[in-house]
Design a protein around this ligand. Structure first.
Ligand code: ADQ
Length: 748
């Protein structure tokens, strides 16, 4: 519209100017004509009056003078007339203008003297009148007196005003007609072809690349459309070639790498792009509190850690909640941006939530309800009806956002986690052709525990909209099948590991998630690791010390309190390690709006302070607590310098910190103390496994980790390193893609 105005406005201005000039000329002409008329009329009337007045003045006949001025006032628009004597005094005046005599008129003597007529506009009773004066002379041209006629001129102004009104109305009608005609022309010539072209681009973008373009004429637009059609053709050919080459390469390589996953995705998905949905976004823009400038962060989240390398490898679109306070500044008109910023590998589409939506859906239902429901940590889940309604609303919002993006042909959608249990069903209602996998990153409880959820049926029904549901470990799969079997009208096929509900089959599989694994045996830093490690040793005075490390989001499931209690017990029980051990805890604050998390932060602060106070000696204190977000490049040197790493979750779907620690130890040194309640414990069997609730055993495990002979440590780390290298996150994603595409073939 703004563009159309830019186009129409100059035309309107020119037409209005031309019309105004024409109007002014016409009004002037009309005014002159009216005045001319008036003057001629005044002249004629005055001359008639002179003729009668001469006789009256010669005879000084005042009676007739009065009669005469009264009889003349009946003439059209004549206000009245006056007869003056030779001394310029009024002899007779029309009654109607009797107050005319109060007017000061010094020019009367001049007219008598010069015997010349006088015409002028005068002001009378606040109006303009036209006065015309003629001298009356005898036969010898001696002045006998004067006659004056006074005309009303208001009709001139009324006539001119009416004329202006007519002209303005015509101008308005003309302008409206011009606007309408211009809009019609511009719609026909520009808008319609562009709308058709945009529609065609839209389909093309959604994967319909074989539709001919809609611009038939050979205009510039037609040329542009042909060019895009050529690009479409080349792209189609290139994609086919890539998937053929990818298949060949896949058969040769063994270890899963970024490149191999890319090949697999090209081979399996071909031209169909990959879409990922998660609550947490991989890149957040926030205003730096110190500098006041926006900065870009990678959130401390296991989901982000796992999915980001996959999208980096194969491109696609990641749809997530735009939760950073500067996020809106960095998206285009479709709420998208290319990430990573320095080297755009995939598209991030941000979905905006209101404060109430975030409160109800994220903090409320997802994190005060589902999170404690699924984790066995004895934290009571809270289910509020209002939160549930918000959760449904937000799932619908994400559904609309995803539908806008999905291409026309068989797309693949990969949903993350417990925030979107209803999404798959919502999408399938509109697009049954979309292949959907959901990965559940947290544990799945047994049916008894799950059955306390008041919305159990809708949640299970929503999840069964998926074609494939993945959990970290087989035990979670079994729990899910049991739950569906007991709480929902459905049939569980224990041979195929699937749930059938109303004829729709959903497969359930275990896919243990992992990290990228550094298959080349080196760290993934952009900076030099040795320099970084040295810097840390100096900064935290770690020279000659035994260093333990813990890296967590601050969450009650991570067992941070139990960890501190175990360190306390260890130092109590084995005092010879006082002043020798330093434990560094990196902790990212998380979900701090929830009271349980807020209280937990306070509890951890207090406990660490108490423990440090208890053992403090000179400059030494056992625990260094670094409570902030760290980038992965910052975390890795901590992993590399540590003698042991502690993961003490009370319950954890997988736990990527354990795997990151192992992956970063290409020196095959260091020990891992790992809670038996993590998914990771099933794969990392060479870790020192603990029950974090048993503080005594936990403290002994710290001693075991410290005193383990180097060869033993090396042997264990080598096994774990091999395990992570072979079963890295690329293999995890590949397994899901292979299973999902295999299902597609079965169901087709
Ligand atoms: P999370 O509970 O978020 O994930 P986890 O697997 O422990 O957890 O991963 C946390 C990630 O955050 C790691 O990559 C770690 O490096 C990072 N991180 C921790 N502290 C940090 C800090 N202070 N600063 C910056 N980053 C930090 C959920 C499930 C897990 C599951 C993952 C993946 O709860 O069980 O392993 O998803 O599926």
């Amino acid at each position: 519209m703004r563009r159309a105005l830019l186009f129409i406005l100059p035309i309107l201005v020119i037409v209005s100017l031309a019309f105004t000039v024409f109007g002014v000329i016409q009004v002037r002409y009309e005014e002159e004509k009216l005045m001319d008329d008036l003057q001629r009329k005044a002249n004629a009337v005055c001359e008639t009056l002179v003729f009668s007045a001469r006789h009256i003045l010669l005879n000084n006949d005042l009676k007739n003078a009065n009669r005469l001025v009264e009889s003349f006032q009946k003439r059209e628009r004549l206000q009245g007339c006056v007869i003056y004597g030779k001394d310029a005094k009024i002899l007779a005046i029309t009654e109607r203008i009797s107050d005319w005599q109060q007017k000061d008129r010094p020019y009367l003597n001049d007219v008598l003297l010069n015997k010349e007529p006088r015409a002028a506009f005068e002001e009378f009773r606040g109006y303009s009148v036209y006065s015309y004066i003629l001298p009356v002379t005898d036969e010898e041209s001696n002045a006998l007196g004067l006659v004056e006629v006074v005309y009303d001129t208001s009709f001139v102004f009324t006539t001119l005003a009416a004329l202006w009104k007519r002209l303005s109305l015509s101008l308005i009608i003309l302008l409206v007609l011009i606007v309408l005609v211009m809009l019609l022309i511009q719609r026909r010539i520009f808008t319609l072809p562009i709308v058709r072209l945009t529609e065609w681009f839209h389909y093309f973008q959604k994967g319909v690349t074989d539709m001919p373009h809609p611009i038939k004429e050979k205009s510039e637009l037609g040329k542009l459309a042909s060019e895009v059609e050529q690009v479409a053709l080349s792209l189609r050919v290139a994609r086919r070639t890539i998937s053929d080459e990818a298949l060949t390469r896949l058969e040769k390589e063994e270890i899963w790498t970024e490149a191999k996953l890319r090949d697999l995705i090209h081979a399996k998905l071909g031209e169909h792009a990959l879409f990922v949905v998660s609550n947490r976004e991989p890149y957040m823009h926030v205003i730096d509190e110190i500098s006041g400038k926006p900065k870009c962060l990678r959130p401390a989240s296991g989901v982000v850690t796992a999915i980001h390398p996959i999208l980096c490898a194969c491109g696609g679109t990641w749809i997530a909640h735009g939760s950073g306070n500067a996020d809106r500044k960095f998206v285009n008109s479709k709420d998208k941006l290319g990430v990573p910023t320095e080297d755009n590998r995939y598209i991030l589409k941000r979905v905006w939530l209101t404060k109430e939506e975030e409160e109800g859906y994220y903090y409320g239902f997802a994190n005060e309800g589902l999170w404690p429901l699924c984790h066995n940590t004895h934290t009571r889940p809270i289910f509020r009806e209002a939160d549930w309604q918000m959760y449904k609303k937000v799932n619908r919002k994400f559904c609309d956002s995803v539908l806008e993006e999905l291409p026309a042909k068989n797309p693949f959608l990969f949903i993350q986690d417990y925030h979107f249990t209803l999404l798959a069903k919502m999408i399938k209602e509109k697009r049954p052709d979309v292949r959907i996998a959901l990965f559940w990153h947290i544990p799945w409880p047994n049916p008894e525990n799950f059955s306390i959820c008041p919305y159990q049926e809708e949640i299970l029904d929503g999840m069964l909209g998926c074609d494939l549901i993945g959990f970290h470990v087989q035990n979670h799969c079994n729990n899910f099948l049991d739950t569906a079997n007991r709480l929902l009208e459905s049939r569980v096929d224990t041979e195929k590991f699937s749930v059938v509900r109303f004829g729709k089959e959903t497969f359930v599989r275990a896919f243990p998630i992992s990290v990228n694994g550094h298959a080349n045996g080196k760290g993934s830093f952009k900076v030099e690791p040795e320099r970084e490690i040295e810097k840390l040793r100096k900064e935290y005075e770690l020279e000659g010390k035994i260093v333990g490390i813990g890296v967590d989001r601050i969450d009650y499931t991570k067992g941070i309190v139990e960890r501190v209690l175990a360190i306390d017990r260890f130092l109590e029980k084995y005092p010879e390690y006082r002043k020798k051990l330093v434990f560094i805890q990196l902790a990212a604050p998380s979900r701090t709006h929830i009271k349980r998390y807020h209280d937990l932060m306070g509890e951890i602060d207090e406990l660490i302070e108490k423990t440090n106070w208890k053992y403090m000696d000179g400059n030494w204190a056992p625990i260094i607590y670094l409570k902030r977000y760290f980038s992965s490049d910052e975390i890795e040197p901590f992993y590399m310098l540590a003698d042991f790493c502690v993961v003490s979750s009370l319950h954890d779907g997988m736990n990527l910190v354990a795997k990151e620690f192992v992956a970063s130890r290409s020196d095959l040194n260091g020990a891992l103390i790992l809670s038996q309640f993590t998914g990771a414990a099933r794969e990392l069997t060479d870790s020192i496994q603990i029950n974090p609730y048993s503080i005594e055993d936990f403290a002994d495990s710290i001693k075991l980790a410290i005193e383990m002979p180097p060869e033993e440590k090396r042997r264990r780390m080598e096994n774990m390193h091999k395990q992570i290298t072979e079963n890295n996150v690329y293999r995890w994603a590949a397994n899901i893609i292979v299973d999902l595409t295999a299902l597609k073939n079965i169901q087709a």
